[in-house]
Design a protein around this ligand. Sequence first.
Ligand SMILES: Cc1cc2nc3c(=O)[nH]c(=O)nc-3n(C[C@H](O)[C@H](O)[C@H](O)COP(=O)(O)OP(=O)(O)OC[C@H]3O[C@@H](n4cnc5c(N)ncnc54)[C@H](O)[C@@H]3O)c2cc1C
Length: 470
Amino acid sequence: MISKPNEHVIILGGGVAGLATGLELIRRGRRVTVIEKGERVGGLARTLVYGDFRFDIGGHRFHSHKPEIIAWIKELMGADLLRVPRISHIYLQNKFVDYPLRFPNALSIFSPPQAARILASYGAAALRRRLNGRKKDVSFEDWVVHRFGRAMFDVFFGPYTEKVWGISCQELSADWAAQRISLPSLTEAVKRAIAPGAEPPSTIISHFWYPRAGFGMIPDRMSEEIERLGGRVLTSASVAALEPRSDGGWRVHVQERDGVQRLTGDRVISSIPLHYLLAALPPESGAADIARRFSLSYRDMVLLFLALKIPRVSEDSWTYFPQTELLCGRTHEPRNWSAEMAPEGRTSLAAEVFTSRGEATWEMSDEQLVARAVREFEEIGFLPPHSLMDAWVLRVPYAYPVYYIGYAEKVRRVREFLDAAFPDLHLVGRTGSFRYMNSDGVIEDALALTDYLTGTRHEYVDVSKDYKVD
Ligand SMILES: Cc1cc2nc3c(=O)[nH]c(=O)nc-3n(C[C@H](O)[C@H](O)[C@H](O)COP(=O)(O)OP(=O)(O)OC[C@H]3O[C@@H](n4cnc5c(N)ncnc54)[C@H](O)[C@@H]3O)c2cc1C
């Protein structure tokens, strides 16, 4: 099970997970080949360049609660990391208010009867929790209603979450809320409101790290380091089939532009979508059957990159639009993260449309998507008229693993099958192991896997269990 020094490890996928794992393994004396389908490395964390403008796929900030992960990234990036203030607003009740919601600022945007209803329903939920004890929440809706009350769910959590995921909050697992929602309770908020000067909750971070020329500098640097240390990173190279060799190890069939290359390796680590991996394994191993029985869904998205003739839209890192009638769910303004992201005197917006392949918004033409987004932003006063200079559209499949109720059991069954059938095949990262983690969690996972494989730790620690995105 444990990897031998100098063994050849083939890594499927050149996103943050594949590259961080490759880099740590090569630093610890293994030979590494990374196979990436895209023309460039980085996956969801890459930065795209259009003319003088640079865009991430949805604005990636770096943050971790673990000092060792911050130290790891600082060591990699050196002086290229900037410290950026986090300022976000949400468009609610025709106003832009602080996000995450802060009280009483947040309550003040509602009419007095609405505010009273929110407080009363919060009070009733708190009382019910006290009387009934801690029941296990199954769905996202249960989780929120038990903590915040029905009125807050109806006004905010319900519509936004259904817009992001495209499914009802009763189908979405409570795991997602537990990992993601770091709102202070109303009681804490009210306490803070009447005790000015109280510290903000530690869960709301005020600054984050960001590479000066876009988040994609991080995977690019990892890839350069792997090559500098003698490893290989193949791009425009897609894994077509994985063949276990009878004498141990693997033969990996890689589709490149000019034909199929066969690589031999001692161990395979996968960070590609799970069903691609299962489809690449020999069907007689049972992989095809497992893929059919325990299929998992990923949410896709469309990114609209808008170059603007104006110097600034807002001071925000992110701006949220929960309304289902508005096309975009969230924007970020890259210039507010680093001045290198847009030319002098100009700014830009990256606007996220949450959708999936086959949905109406996925099928709309690029021109229709841009025209509708810009019209809506102008109508609500977010963009001044005639500020658009140019636009590009990017469709991004496999953007988010969807935590449908029951997903955890499916993931467990898939892993159980892979562990039993292929002990020298491992999963890593967000896309590859179907775990909702940001890049810091993905790097932590890569370190946990390499620690285990190189014998630094006796067992593999699933970092996603305690992972919190905030
Ligand atoms: C909109 C959005 C906003 C985000 N914001 C943040 C943020 O602010 N901060 C943060 O830290 N994280 C953020 N994240 C999360 C972050 O992008 C991920 O945690 C991280 O990039 C996942 O890396 P990964 O390597 O696990 O997966 P991926 O990036 O999906 O990498 C998988 C790679 O496998 C490749 N691949 C697929 N199929 C094949 C094949 N057959 N053969 C070879 N290669 C293949 C893909 O091309 C891809 O490069 C955000 C994500 C999204 C979608």
